[in-house]
Write a protein that binds this ligand. Structure first.
Ligand code: MIC
Ligand code: SF4
Length: 641
């Protein structure tokens, strides 16, 4: 067996490990963060389970930390109290980005982790099966319920050679994105093997596993080896280590070869993470801003390399450099060893250990600005400035660029970049709050501020669905298009009515008012609809706007599950040419859809009443999901039991 099969089979609660069939797995650990967590805990409360039933559940506060008004602080209070009551450990704001802290302090080789954030696969670096999902799925897992997924294929990413100086783990994943595209990993686990693996540290593996999310992969996984042992030992967690590697005769569905020695510094150009070129090919682009941090690139090792490049120098006069270390552990070590001093003296602006700029929570670039960043997504508008162009690079390339003022190749620098993993990290869990004991939990009051509004719930599916085609969209529409998030909107993650005023506005600002006036309807999209974030709001807000179904050429995994969990029909074109026959404003009707779904139909006829034709679209769902659609979503289905 390969590593993926070993972990999945030891956690299997139903099904067989046959590709594309439904399986369910037991979940050992869960994580939530605040921008999806508020909703996940409201849903957990709605399930009426008093205490989590996992080995360890974590609630992080790392996304909405700007606190421009009472809303963020209210959400923090809600999460703090609800976590305490129900048996969840709370990582306070300031302790760091969820994935970085989970890697440092919580993740355990061989275990499963489900997180309400698409970059949960970061812990695949430790040899875990770590999967991102919608808040509702995570709420179910917290309650001890299994997680259902389509059994993924396993891709053997075979690494040979060794990264050359100035070439980073980020360049490995950018190279994979260049080759495979943002939908190349859909339905697959990327499993890393080969002699090159041993040359990569755990934080380097984490960068690669983290950004596997941009391939659309179910998750990414590395073996648990000597490097894993050393990392956990240095975190004072040697007892959590166990070795795990693929059997010598393990088989895989596909193989991708990467020679680390041959890689060069890479860059993803606006506005997609797979729009990748080498830094050399991209040329000396003049830059206004450089941002270093995010869950992809904010480890101690990353930050020490940045400090080494900046030491004794001054950033280019036209550049604003922002650095956000990924966790308090990293920040405190940088402050103790003088690296922070080197960063500050070069002219860097130091930001809180949080998501910050990555999710548009501050640091929006100027009009038409060029911003070079180390995070994982450069989707249109995500930085908070629609006219800006975001370029994704490694920490080394970012630091070299901040000094040069234009996109620069770090290989040209005359700096020693060898940073070893320390034998002991400066760990301290005093910002992780243990939950109340079972006896004390009763007395804990859950505090709900006025910004916390009830979430919309779907109705049982009606016999026939009809409505207007409200919006026709192209390929690769992201959840940042469907439900944008920046510093003005993130505070409203627990307020769906308020968010609904901005749904799909980056595609068409008139959409929210048109959807409301029409009393709901349907959406039409191209390939890979809903890629990116796990945010359930991208389904909850359309549900609130009475969107009944989405017709698309294909769907991204997490978003598709979120639609079904919330009772919205995901329908796939059988013949892509049919997409062209529909136009915005067409009136659609799905006759007898309830009966068809109940009978197990895999094709649903969609009538275009305006143009007078009918085409069949595919409903690619499991039996369990059929029940969910009929009941009007997961919560209704569970209540009906
Ligand atoms: C993101 O990177 O887009 C986020 C913000 O972390 C999201 C979660 C969210 O939308 O709250 C994700 O990746 O799932
Ligand atoms: Fe936070 Fe960005 Fe990572 Fe999402 S991708 S968890 S916003 S740092």
């Amino acid at each position: 067996m390969n590593v993926t099969q070993k972990i999945l089979s030891s956690h299997l609660t139903s099904g067989k490990l046959e590709r594309n069939t439904e399986i369910s797995i037991r979940i050992d650990q869960t994580l939530t963060q605040d921008s999806t967590g508020t909703m996940a805990y409201l849903q957990f409360e709605a399930m009426g389970i008093s205490r989590v039933r996992t080995e360890k559940s974590m609630a992080y506060i790392d996304h909405n930390t700007l606190q421009t008004g009472f809303e963020n602080a209210d959400d923090h209070k809600y999460i703090t109290t609800v976590a305490k009551k129900h048996g969840v450990y709370l990582s306070k704001p300031g302790n760091g980005i969820c994935h970085q802290v989970q890697l440092e302090r919580v993740g355990v080789p061989g275990k499963t982790l489900l997180g309400s954030d698409s970059h949960t696969p970061t812990c695949g670096a430790l040899g875990m099966i770590a999967i991102g999902a919608g808040g509702l799925d995570v709420a179910v897992a917290m309650g001890g319920g299994a997680y259902y997924l389509s059994c993924p294929g396993v891709v053997n990413v075979h690494l040979t050679g060794e990264l050359q100086k100035g070439v980073a783990a980020k360049d490995v994943i950018l190279e994979l994105l260049r080759r495979l595209t943002v939908k190349g990993g859909v339905g697959k686990v990327m499993e890393y093997t080969g002699p090159g693996v041993a040359t990569l540290s755990i934080p380097e593996r984490a960068t690669i596993a983290n950004m596997g999310a941009e391939l659309g992969a179910t998750t990414s996984v590395f073996p648990s080896d000597e490097k894993t042992h050393g990392f956990l030992q240095a975190q004072g967690r040697e007892q959590d280590f166990s070795p795990l590697c693929a059997d010598p005769d393990a088989s895989y569905d596909e193989t991708v070869e990467i020679n680390l020695t041959a890689l060069e510094p890479m860059v993803a150009l606006p506005h997609m993470p797979d729009n990748v070129k080498t830094v050399k090919e991209a040329g000396a682009i003049k830059v206004d801003q450089v941002c270093i941090g995010s869950c992809t690139n904010s480890s101690y090792q990353d930050m020490m390399r940045v400090a080494a490049i900046l030491k004794g120098k001054t950033i280019h006069p036209d550049v604003s450099l922002v650095i956000a270390p990924g966790s308090r552990q990293v920040l405190s070590m940088l402050s103790a060893n003088g690296a922070l001093h080197d960063m500050i003296n070069s002219g860097a602006r130091i930001c809180e250990t949080a998501c910050g700029f990555c999710i548009g929570m501050g640091q929006s670039p100027a009009t038409n600005g060029v911003s070079v960043r180390t995070n994982n997504r450069n989707f249109f508008g995500r930085s908070g400035t629609k006219s800006a162009g975001i370029y994704l690079v490694s920490c080394e390339t970012a630091a070299a660029t901040a000094l040069a003022g234009y996109l620069a190749d770090p290989r040209a620098l005359d700096v020693d970049l060898s940073v070893d993993i320390p034998s002991l990290f400066d760990y301290n869990d005093n910002l992780i709050m243990a939950p109340a004991s079972v006896e004390e939990a009763e007395a804990v009051e859950v505090v709900r501020g006025p910004n916390i509004k009830p979430f919309p719930q779907a109705q049982a599916l009606s016999e026939t669905l009809s409505g207007k085609l409200l919006l026709k969209m192209e390929d690769n529409i992201t959840t940042d298009h469907i439900m944008p998030s920046d510093s003005s909107l993130l505070p409203f993650r627990s307020n769906v009515p308020k968010l609904s005023e901005h749904c799909l506005a980056p595609v068409d600002p008139t959409f929210p008012s048109r959807a409301k006036a029409a009393g709901g309807g349907f959406l039409l999209a191209g390939q890979n609809y809903g890629q990116g974030s796990s945010r359930e709001h991208a389904a909850l807000v359309p549900l609130y706007l009475k969107v009944r179904g989405v017709l698309a050429k294909s769907f991204a995994r997490i978003h598709c599950a979120n639609l079904i969990n919330n009772g919205i029909l995901p329908l796939e074109f059988i013949s892509e040419a049919d997409y062209d026959r529909f136009d915005q404003e067409d009136e659609l009707r799905l006759n007898d859809v309830r009966q068809l779904i109940a009978e197990g139909a895999e094709e649903i006829p969609v009538e275009d009443v305006t143009k007078g034709f009918t085409v069949n679209l595919r409903l690619h769902v499991t039996d369990r999901q059929r029940q969910m659609l009929l009941a009007g979503g997961l919560i209704n289905m569970q209540k009906g039991r």
